[in-house]
Ligand binder design. Structure first.
Ligand SMILES: C[S@@+](CC[C@H](N)C(=O)[O-])C[C@H]1O[C@@H](n2cnc3c(N)ncnc32)[C@H](O)[C@@H]1O
Length: 176
C-alpha cells in the first residue's frame, strides 16, 4: 500500500512536467494534422519530430526570427521545464502575428505563461486565440528512456493562435 502510494507520488504531474520529451500521441497529432495540415513542428528532436521540418535543442525555436515562419502552419507541444515553457509560448505568440500556431498545452491557469494568450480582465482568450478543451484527459507517449506505456494524464487543451488581421464580412461581402 505504502509502495503504491510512493509510486503514485513520484509519477505525479510534477514529475511529468520535469521531463521535456513526452510525446504527442499519434492519434491526436493525426487528428489535428488532418484539420490544419502542419508545415513545421516548433519543438521536437530527431527521434520525436511530427513534421519533416522542425526546431529542436540544436536548432532552437527561441533563436528564430518569427517573421521567418510567415504563413506557416505550426504545431507545438513545448518542453515544460521552467526555463523553456514560457519563452516557447511567448515565441509562438510572436510567430502567430503572421502565421497559425496550434499548441498542445496543459490546462494550467495558475501559470504566468497562461496569461500570454488569456485576457484575465475580460475572462476570455485574447484576440487571435481560440482554446479547445477535451472531455477526457490525454495520455502522452513516454520518451525512449522512460518505462511505461503512457504518461500521467492531466487536463490538456489545444490553443490555436492566429493573430493575422482577417478581412471583415464588410470587406468581403459588404455586410455591416
Ligand atoms: C514535449 S516534446 C514534443 C515532441 C514532439 N514534437 C511531439 O509533439 O511529440 C518537446 C520537445 O522540444 C524539444 N526542445 C527543447 N528545447 C527546445 C528548443 N529550444 N527549441 C525547440 N525544441 C526544443 C525537446 O527536445 C523535446 O523533443
Amino acid at each position: 500500500m505504502v509502495m503504491r502510494h510512493i509510486g503514485i507520488t513520484t509519477n505525479s504531474a510534477r514529475g511529468f512536467m520535469s521531463n521535456d520529451n513526452w510525446q504527442t500521441p499519434q492519434w491526436l497529432f493525426n487528428s489535428l494534422n488532418e484539420e490544419f495540415n502542419f508545415t513545421v513542428d516548433l519543438c521536437a528532436s530527431h527521434y520525436n519530430h511530427k513534421c519533416d521540418r522542425f526546431y529542436s535543442e540544436t536548432n532552437s525555436l527561441l533563436t528564430v526570427d518569427p517573421v521567418a515562419l510567415r504563413s506557416d502552419i505550426c504545431f507545438m507541444n513545448p518542453p515544460y521545464s521552467r526555463n523553456l515553457i514560457k519563452p516557447c509560448i511567448e515565441k509562438a505568440w510572436q510567430i502567430a502575428q503572421n502565421a497559425s500556431v496550434v499548441c498542445l498545452l496543459k490546462v494550467d491557469t495558475s501559470t504566468r505563461w497562461w496569461s500570454i494568450f488569456w485576457d484575465y480582465e475580460n475572462h476570455m482568450p485574447k484576440h487571435g486565440c481560440k482554446i479547445r478543451f477535451f472531455p477526457k484527459r490525454v495520455k502522452f507517449d513516454p520518451p525512449p528512456n522512460v518505462n511505461g506505456k503512457s504518461g500521467p494524464a492531466f487536463p490538456t487543451c489545444v490553443v490555436i493562435m492566429d493573430r493575422r488581421d482577417k478581412p471583415t464580412l464588410k470587406q468581403t461581402h459588404g455586410v455591416e
